[in-house]
Design a binder for this molecule. Sequence first.
Ligand code: FES
Length: 232
Amino acid sequence: MTILLVSRSVTHHGGQDAIHRLAAATAEATGLPVRACFLDGAEPSLHAALDALPEDDEALLVAVHLPPDRYLDTWVRRAVAHWRTTRDRPLRITTTAPLAAQLALVTAVTEAIAGEYTELSGNPGPFRSPAWNQITRHRKHVLVCRGPRCTAYGANDVAVTLSERLAHHKLGDDDILVTNTGCLFPCNLGPLVVVHPDDTWYEHVDTALATRIADEHLRSDQPVDDKRTREH
Ligand code: FES
């Protein structure tokens, strides 16, 4: 039997290496073959890891819900530093060692392997449903940056306002496709909202501007000219 630790994408700052190290430590603790693989965004994929098993092997999957994430550790520090500079509160803020570095994580995986298993079965239909053949026929594609700086500056409220205004105007994915993204780079201009195909970048978006973007640009095709950032 081969144990597969299945994680989500951890494509930055050694996150994948840490999952592989967890697999190696678990292998040492259990005496069993343990490999790491990823559901999305990293190699080997779950499919590739299953492909690599010998015909007569069997796989025990352990979904790892706590992927180590140096990006998170780094950005927690930066976000707290930003919070301190924008608030007038003498709050003491500390952090623990990363969870992924704890021996207890290896112990938890080891105990899960020693516990009861559930046969994995299910309908493969939803994986390739015909519904996923269609490219939406949207007029506009809106990128809402949800990266760490834009989030610290208020991107969550912006996203909620945009969503509510589009719902109010009954504009769905087939008209206005909204995609939340990671960092789009000009973080100091955040929160950022980008409207394509117009290539219009709105900077320092707050809920009032998000409302205007939805009402004027997305519904009525009139860019919010006095708030529009540079064109390319
Ligand atoms: S976090 Fe939004 S542009 Fe970087």
